[in-house]
Design a protein. Structure first.
Length: 308
C-alpha cells in the first residue's frame, strides 16, 4: 500500500440538519439515549488529501477556521490516524479543509471533515476499505460521522450513531440562519438537564429510551413540507434558547415572514427554516439578510461523502 507521490484526492461531505431530535433521561455514565432524524443538506465541506510523511491539517474557505485545533485533537487528523493504524499504512497525509459549514453550529461540520478524510485517505493510500469498511471507523470517531459518510435522510438512535436509512421522497427547501456565536454541545446538554430537573413536576420523568415520532417519518416519506413543518421537534431547543435568547426573536421573525416552521438544528445555534420552494427560500433569505442575519438557502436530502 503506497500512495502515489504528488497526487491529491478531494472529497466533499455534507452538513446536516436535525429535523427531529429527542433526548432521553441522563444515564449514570453521563450520556443520554437520543433519537434523531438527520437530513444531509447541500452545504458541503471539501477536504483535499495529499501524500506526506506526517499528519497535518489547515483550513480555508468562507468560514474562519483560525480557532480550530490543528493537532491530534482535530477530528480530521484523528480520522486519518485511525485509518492508518487499522490498515497498517506507514505514511501520513496533508489535509486542506475548505470550510462552508458553520463551526459549533449544530450542523456536523467537524463530522463531515472526518468522513471526507476517511474516504480521501482510503483512496489516496490505496487501503481499499471502501464505504462499508470505513463505517465502523466512522462510528468510533463520533455520532455524526457515519451519517456524513452515508448522507441522505436517516434515523439515528442510541448515541445517535446507530443509523438506519429513512425513506424520503422529493426535495425539501431550507433557509439556514447562521449565528456569530457558537454553542458547545456539552454545555447545551447540561442546560437541558438543569431545565428538566427544575421543571420535573410539569415535565415528569424522561424515558430512558426514546424514538423518532411516526409523523415525522411519514412526512419525509411522502415529501410533504407542511406535514414535516408540523412534526419537527428538538428537545435541545429549550436549552439552546436559554443560552442564546436572541434565537427566540430569530425564530419568530422567520416564522412570521413565510417559513412553514423553524427549528434550532441539533445543539444550535444554527436555525433551520423549512419553506415550500426555491422562491420562498430566496424571499426569506433576503428578509433575514436585511435584518442583519447571515442566511443561506440549501436543499436536502443530498448524498454523503463523495470523491470529486
Amino acid at each position: 500500500m503506497s500512495a502515489i507521490r504528488g497526487r491529491s484526492i478531494t472529497v466533499r461531505a455534507p452538513g446536516k440538519i436535525n429535523v427531529f431530535f429527542r433526548v432521553g433521561a441522563l444515564q449514570s455514565d453521563g450520556y443520554h439515549d437520543v433519537a434523531s432524524l438527520y437530513q444531509a443538506v447541500s452545504l458541503f465541506e471539501e477536504v483535499t488529501a495529499a501524500p506526506s510523511d506526517g499528519f497535518s491539517v489547515r483550513f480555508t474557505g468562507p468560514i474562519d477556521g483560525g480557532a480550530l485545533p490543528t493537532d491530534d485533537t482535530n477530528l480530521a487528523i484523528r480520522a486519518a490516524r485511525l485509518l492508518a493504524e487499522r490498515t497498517g499504512y506507514a505514511g501520513g497525509v496533508d489535509l486542506t479543509v475548505f470550510k462552508w459549514v458553520p463551526i459549533a453550529g449544530g450542523m456536523g461540520g467537524g463530522s463531515a471533515d472526518a468522513a471526507a478524510t476517511l474516504v480521501a485517505c482510503d483512496e489516496l493510500w490505496g487501503t481499499e476499505l471502501g464505504r462499508s469498511g470505513l463505517l465502523p471507523l466512522a462510528a468510533e470517531l463520533g455520532a455524526d460521522v457515519p451519517f456524513a459518510l452515508e448522507g441522505g435522510t436517516a434515523v439515528g438512535t442510541g448515541r445517535g450513531d446507530e443509523l438506519s436509512p429513512a425513506l424520503a421522497k422529493g426535495t425539501f427547501h431550507w433557509v439556514l440562519a447562521l449565528s456569530e456565536a457558537g454553542l458547545s454541545t456539552p454545555v447545551v446538554y447540561r442546560a437541558l438537564d438543569r431545565h428538566r430537573d427544575a421543571h420535573l413536576r410539569d415535565l415528569g420523568r424522561q424515558p430512558d429510551q426514546v424514538k423518532v415520532d411516526t409523523a415525522v417519518l411519514q412526512a419525509v416519506r411522502v415529501g410533504d413540507a407542511d406535514s414535516l413543518a408540523e412534526a419537527m421537534h428538538n428537545d435541545l431547543q429549550v436549552a439552546a434558547l436559554k443560552l442564546a435568547p436572541e434565537l427566540t426573536e430569530l425564530l419568530e421573525l422567520g416564522e412570521s415572514r413565510g417559513a412553514r416552521a423553524g427549528i434550532v438544528s441539533g445543539s444550535g445555534p444554527t436555525v433551520a427554516f423549512l419553506v415550500g420552494d426555491a422562491q420562498e427560500a430566496a424571499e426569506l433569505r433576503s428578509v433575514l439578510s436585511r435584518a442583519g442575519v447571515r442566511a443561506l438557502t440549501v436543499t436536502g436530502p443530498v448524498a454523503g461523502a463523495r470523491i470529486l
